[in-house]
Design a protein. Structure first.
Length: 181
């Protein structure tokens, strides 16, 4: 009986995490708050050695702020999995820099360009061999069929570059726009 009473005393943030609701989601070391899309949901979970921010954004335009609870201690690999039909724009920012990318709007998903902004970077275009390059892939786990845009069931999986986390940012801001909003 005492265990049941303790379960009902969970903090609202933990209840929201378990229900997968719009409010802040937490996992060991990370808190995530969504903005922009009132119907969006986030779940922070671990898959193998990766920490995944699983975001479902039905309206297709939104943002999130992820905060490292222990002063800039980020897990790696850190993945952002966006459930969208297309990825017109994705941006991730720390206190020091921002990286933006796009994915083609039709056919086979391909990244079309990436730019980095910050005091040391000045808006330069990135190449795939740059350590700040955002690895973006369209995925439909379990499907053998090649993915095409617009995605009907899949998601875009973005790996946050380890180099971006090297300076131990306190928070990361995410913004996204779906072509098919």
């Amino acid at each position: 009986m005492r265990i049941l009473l303790r379960l009902f005393r969970l903090t609202p943030g933990l209840v929201l995490l378990f229900l997968g609701c719009h409010g802040p989601a937490r996992a060991p070391g990370i808190r995530v708050e969504l903005s922009g899309d009132p119907d969006a949901r986030v779940e922070v979970r671990h898959e193998g050695d990766a920490t995944v921010l699983e975001i479902k954004s039905p309206k297709g335009i939104g943002g999130a702020e992820a905060v490292a609870i222990r002063a800039g201690t980020w897990p790696w690999p850190l993945l952002v999995r966006l459930h969208l039909k297309g990825l017109e724009h994705f941006e991730i920012r720390s206190e020091a820099l921002g990286i933006a990318t796009t994915v083609t709007s039709h056919g086979t998903p391909q990244q079309s360009c990436q730019r980095v902004e910050g005091p040391d970077h000045g808006g330069k275009e990135l190449s795939p061999d740059d350590p700040l390059w955002l690895s973006v892939r369209a995925t439909d786990r379990g499907s053998e069929v090649p993915l095409r845009i617009p995605l009907e069931r899949g998601a875009f999986e973005i790996t946050v570059p380890r180099t971006m986390l090297r300076d131990r940012p306190r928070r990361l801001e995410l913004r996204w726009i779906d072509f098919y909003r």
